[in-house]
Ligand binder design. Structure first.
Ligand SMILES: O=c1ccn([C@@H]2O[C@H](COP(=O)(O)O)[C@@H](O)[C@H]2O)c(=O)[nH]1
Length: 278
């Protein structure tokens, strides 16, 4: 795979324009494998994941495989994840790898090599990252994105109920989340039509006083199975709705294993959020 000649933000803007802003998570939960009448083994993982790719990757702009569900099967699970990445991209979807990586800088460099360097078998269009070792520890990932035309989505206000304990904590007058958003705004300064450095902002967080206008995309998991609705998205986003990417995994995946039913579920999600940012 070669480096993309265009920044991730530019590619994402085109994907949204052509296919809408809804992101489908490819999360092969053990419970979903069972609901689909499959076993809890690698062959079933592969059948599940590639069925979802076949159904949704030709119609949505972004897919988001959750690495943990593949990692639990060891190297053969990772091999399935590699196919999910390759086949989704071949079908025209951008792949946002949800692995939430973050470590000291020298190790962040290795994560950048693994997920953002086009010569890696797991190279994706974008990666989720955790800034809680200090935003600067992610610099190797930001640099790799700039070099290779990839994107990064950094946790800011997550959808889980435990997140506020850390993210609403204050250093001087700023919350931790505000500091993360400030860094992203600086990294995206001047980018057109939008920067490549996004924030993860849960669809479940309720109204927020944080400034979400970072000139970058906002990945919004928690839409659907975790209870987030279109009205919640509107309440949270206000004027920052233009680059929102609402994301749903289980709510779409439960429509399977029928390919048409899965695709219809993805298209319903796309339609539900198409008015955002209008
Ligand atoms: O704040 C966050 C960050 C990431 N996630 C991930 O998104 C999906 C949500 O799946 P659903 O089935 O739609 O609930 C999952 O992969 C999480 O790890 C999140 O939920 N919240």
């Amino acid at each position: 795979m070669t480096a993309s000649s265009q920044p991730f933000g530019t590619r994402l803007a085109r994907a949204i324009e052509e296919r809408g802003r809804f992101c489908v998570g490819i999360d092969p939960h053990a419970a979903l494998l069972q609901e689909w009448g499959l076993g809890d083994d690698v062959a079933s993982l592969e059948r599940f994941a590639l069925t979802v790719v076949e159904a949704v990757a030709p119609v949505v702009g972004v897919v988001k495989p959750q690495s943990a569900f593949y990692e639990r099967f060891g190297s053969r699970g990772i091999a399935v994840l590699e196919r999910v990445v390759a086949e989704s991209r071949a079908a025209g979807a951008l792949v946002l790898m949800d692995a939430k990586r973050g470590d000291i800088g020298s190790t962040s460099q290795a994560y950048a090599d693994a997920y953002l360097d086009p010569s890696s078998p797991l190279a994706s269009d974008a990666l989720t990252a955790s800034p809680f070792l200090g935003f600067g520890s992610l610099d190797p990932m930001l640099d790799a994105c700039r070099r290779h035309g990839a994107g990064l989505f950094v946790l800011a206000l997550t959808s889980n109920k435990e997140g506020p304990e850390v993210q609403h904590a204050r250093t001087a007058a700023r919350t931790v989340a505000a500091t993360v958003l400030d860094h992203l705004r600086a990294a995206n300064a001047g980018a057109l039509p939008v920067g490549s450095f996004g924030a993860v902002v849960g669809a479940t967080i309720g109204a927020t006083e944080e400034d979400l206008d970072i000139n970058g995309p906002l990945l919004m998991p928690g839409f659907g199975a975790q209870g987030g609705t279109t009205a919640d998205l509107e309440r949270i986003l206000g004027a920052a709705a233009r680059w929102a990417l609402p994301s749903s995994s289980r709510e779409v995946l439960r429509a399977g294993p029928d390919v048409t039913a899965l695709r219809d579920a993805a298209l319903r999600g796309t339609e539900a959020v198409q008015g955002l940012g209008a």
